[in-house]
Design a protein around this ligand. Structure first.
Ligand code: UD1
Length: 369
């Protein structure tokens, strides 16, 4: 049986890593009857956004790289769709595995579904209920065109049930938690060896949502965050390539309390999040990674698909309202993770065995088709 994973963007490499490991462990046990291949669409192509994740997380090199690159949503998704269709017709995989909610996810799912190839969607069922987010469209379309839906959280299961997709749904836990658990000790050992370790307190800032990164918006937001940083702790800000030029234009108006740096590799990011006083972000994945690493998060959006992190009390939604952000930071800095927090996180996101469950379920489910 041949499974093919299709990935293309940074967060997908983090989700792919434990799936590769689960396949490898299984293949060792059953003597190579199962094959797992990787197609990289090339949505992310900078070394810092792609290659470093394959290296650090020991993901096998992609079997195929489609080199699609950047473009408008339609052009990028369409280009991937066309190239993936050609590839699937040539390779005839038994199952196509897609991850998360990017344009790569949607293109791979559509290409496979149109060829009547079974599709498994990892990280299914998430909803922000905000259709202005390109990811929300990708999620809804992918879930409805997929055959097996692996929901990482109880909220994901409920959302799929509400859309009459319960029969295809499996509650799997979150593969990103698997990756954090597997790599934290490695990251910490590596950091101890490096001399750059500093005792100074800081918080981490990431921004990349189109809704937060329009130039005029950033020009207002960054100086406000700078003012907050000056009275709390410095903000470490790894700048996403898409907003590099805009941030660089604004940077002369910022104080040294905002520290602009290149995107961080995964292992360094784990240590950076763990040691941060708090995280300010509009990312989806980072909201959870902060929780898994016992760091409080403030989400610069009005809604989240990771509602459990808010319910558990480790994440708060502020949008980009400076007064709300200020208040949330004060609250976050006083809050601690305790036994109840850890128990709730385990119940909602699983305890690091999601990939194993998914791979075993895929094999037993799709071999009966
Ligand atoms: C994409 C995903 C988003 C995910 C994010 C993680 C979609 C719709 N969005 O957003 O869900 O959270 O990845 O980062 O799929 N660029 C580079 N080098 C790269 C990649 C991108 O310079 O290696 C620049 C290009 O200018 C490109 C822009 O970033 O046009 C946007 O990249 P793209 O992949 O289209 O979207 P992201 O904003 O990264």
């Amino acid at each position: 049986m041949t499974f093919v994973s299709v990935v293309g963007a940074r967060p997908q490499f983090v989700k792919l890593a434990p799936i590769c490991q689960a396949f490898a462990e299984l293949e060792n046990g059953i003597g190579g009857v199962i094959e797992h291949k990787i197609i990289h669409t090339g949505q992310h192509y900078d070394d810092a956004m792609s290659r470093v994740f394959f290296d650090e997380l020991e993901i096998p090199s992609p079997d195929i790289n489609l080199d699609v690159g950047s473009g408008g949503h339609g052009a990028q998704t369409g280009e991937m769709l066309a190239r993936l269709e050609t590839q699937f017709i040539a390779d005839k995989p038994d199952v196509v595995i897609v991850y998360g909610d990017t344009n790569t996810t949607l293109a791979a799912c559509l290409a496979a579904a149109k060829l009547h190839l079974p599709v498994a969607h990892i990280e299914a069922g998430l909803r922000s209920f905000n259709r202005a987010m390109p990811e929300e469209i990708n999620r809804v379309a992918t879930d409805h065109c997929s055959d097996r839906l692996y929901a990482p959280t109880p909220a994901g299961v409920r959302n799929l049930d509400n859309e009459n997709l319960a029969e295809r749904t499996v509650f799997s836990g979150d593969v990103m938690r698997d990756t954090v658990i597997r790599n934290l000790a490695i990251a910490e050992r590596r950091q101890q060896k490096s001399a750059q370790d500093s005792e100074e307190a800081y918080a981490l800032l990431t921004l990349h949502r189109p809704s937060n990164t329009e130039p005029e918006l950033l020009a207002a937001l960054l100086p406000s965050l700078d003012a907050i940083a000056q009275k709390t702790v410095p903000l470490l800000f790894p700048v996403h390539p898409r907003i590099k030029a805009t941030v660089s234009d604004i940077s002369s108006r910022l104080s040294p309390a905002i520290r602009l740096i290149e995107p961080l590799p995964y292992l360094e990011m784990l240590c950076t999040v763990k040691q941060a006083s708090f995280v300010l972000t509009d990312s989806g994945g980072l909201q959870k990674e902060a929780a898994f690493l016992e760091t409080q998060c403030i989400t610069l959006r009005d809604e989240t698909e990771w509602t459990e992190t808010v319910d558990i009390g480790v994440n708060r939604l502020t949008g980009i309202n400076t007064a709300a952000i200020d208040k949330a930071i004060t609250v976050a800095m006083q809050q601690r993770f305790d036994a109840n927090t850890f128990k709730a996180l385990d119940e909602c996101f699983g305890n690091g065995q999601a990939a194993k469950l998914i791979v075993q379920d895929m094999i037993s489910h799709f071999s009966q088709q």
